[in-house]
Design a binder for this molecule. Structure first.
Ligand code: IMO
Ligand code: MG
Length: 421
């Protein structure tokens, strides 16, 4: 069997959680491969609205396994709270969730460092979720990090103190008050929670599962335009969010990759700072924000909104090798008077079709194509044949431009508001 991947093609929040949950019945195992609790994956079904941060979105389906891969960074405090919330909903997690020994741990001091380093950037701050993601990946690359496998050893506390003291030495350079006590208590409580789960050499499990014909879906976090290499650097996250990240973050050969599902909203959003050529500052943007309920699932911040950007999408599709496209939140567009799609950029008088090196520059002006909006409510449509002609027109154009078949259209947050094409 091959490993399929589902990932976001924009700046995150494309609806990955919902779609993974919808696709889970077709798979045996769902695996996260990068990022950490900066992610907020929302699921809605049977009157339940739930947000997952660290735990894969397959957790609500019976008889499915979920794996947190080596590429993920875990905050034991947030993990503990996530488990408690699931227990309160009656979800038994211990049997169906496995964690890689090689996943790195977010320490309380990583979060403090995140806050201080972000603050000290002043005007150039990233708009991080402040979950300690950057500093934890820094320590991983700098070969200082602590991994989940370390918690099983007697000298864990010693290793913890060593890293904590390194961090305290860095923190001395900043005029910033912080207290560790409460954080640390919760951290070690979270470590005990982690120990209740199967802590595994996940690369062996994943490869053996594939060998034995099991179907695995790798669930991306963040989005391609937040990728550390290919995103709108430096306004990005600290991991490889694109498809190759699944090989690195699970220990799977590129030869074993099957389908690559790319998901995009029918418009664009971004939380935090950084370039966004098709961003709207007018009534249309406000409508997208309002009707799309565009608030961050992790931080509660208002999301910036704008038109769909095909220049960016073509770039994302190229580097990911997407062969199946998913479009979410098309229903939100119903509230607008027309739709626009960016088909190219104008930069200093030149028409540009490629995603520029510096997307954060101010002189990028999108060139739009305008579409008529449908007049009827589409949110309860169950089949493609019932789409109004304006909607067909819109998605046919996107499919033709992007040269990737659209497989799923999502018309709302609920599991049931999904049309398979
Ligand atoms: P999901 O998985 C949207 C953004 C932050 C910030 C930048 C860096 O729900 O799509 P970080 O905390 O990684 O240091 O923040 O990346 N960001 C996200 N935006 N969805 C996410 O995850 C995000 N994870 C990080 O807002 O701009
Ligand atoms: Mg999110």
């Amino acid at each position: 069997m091959k490993l399929d991947i589902l990932l976001g093609l924009q700046w995150g929040d494309e609806g990955k959680g919902k779609i993974v949950d919808v696709l889970t019945p077709k798979y045996d195992i769902i695996a996260r491969f990068q990022g950490g609790p900066n992610a907020g994956h929302s699921l809605e079904f049977n009157e339940i609205k739930h947000v997952l941060h660290t735990i894969p979105s397959g957790i609500f389906r019976k008889n499915k396994l979920n794996i947190i891969g080596n590429g993920v960074v875990i905050d034991p405090i947030i993990f503990h709270n996530e488990i408690k919330k699931l227990e309160n909903l009656g979800v038994e997690t211990e049997e169906i969730l496995m964690i890689s020994k090689k996943a790195h741990l977010i320490l309380p001091t990583h979060k403090i460092l995140d806050a201080i380093l972000e603050k000290s950037k002043g005007k150039t701050k990233i708009g991080s979720t402040l979950k300690g993601i950057g500093p934890t990946y820094v320590d991983k690359i700098a070969r200082n990090g602590l991994r989940v496998g370390d918690i099983l050893n007697d000298n864990f506390k010693e290793k913890y103190n060593l890293l904590k003291n390194k961090h305290k030495n860095i923190l001395k350079n900043y005029d910033f008050e912080y207290s560790l006590e409460d954080f640390e208590k919760d951290f070690f409580l979270g470590i005990e929670t982690l120990k209740k789960f199967q802590i595994i050499d996940s690369e062996y499990y994943v490869n053996n599962f594939l060998e034995n014909g099991k179907k695995i879906l790798a669930e991306g976090a963040q989005g391609t335009l937040l990728d550390i290499d290919f995103g709108s650097y430096p306004y990005v996250t600290s991991s490889n969010t694109f498809s190759a990240g699944a090989c690195v973050g699970l220990g799977v050969s590129p030869k074993k990759i099957g389908d690559i599902y790319g998901i995009t909203k029918a418009y664009c959003t971004r939380v935090g700072r950084g370039g966004f050529p098709s961003e709207l500052f007018d009534e249309d943007g406000e409508k997208l924000q309002k009707y799309g309920k565009e608030f961050g699932a992790t931080t509660g911040r208002k999301r910036r909104c704008g038109w769909l950007d095909l220049v960016a999408l073509k770039y994302s599709i190229m580097i990911n090798g997407v062969n199946k496209l998913i479009i979410s939140k098309i229903d939100v567009l119903t509230h607008l008077d027309y739709i626009k799609v960016a088909v190219a950029y104008e930069i200093d008088g030149k028409i540009v079709g490629n995603f520029p090196f510096d997307i954060n520059q101010k002189n990028i002006h999108p060139i739009y194509k305008k579409f008529e909006i449908w007049k009827s409510d589409i949110s309860n449509i169950k089949s493609k044949k019932d789409f109004p002609k304006e909607l067909k027109n819109y998605i046919n154009f996107i499919e033709k431009e992007l040269k990737v078949p659209i497989k799923i259209i999502s018309l709302g947050a609920n599991r049931n508001s999904t049309v398979f094409m």
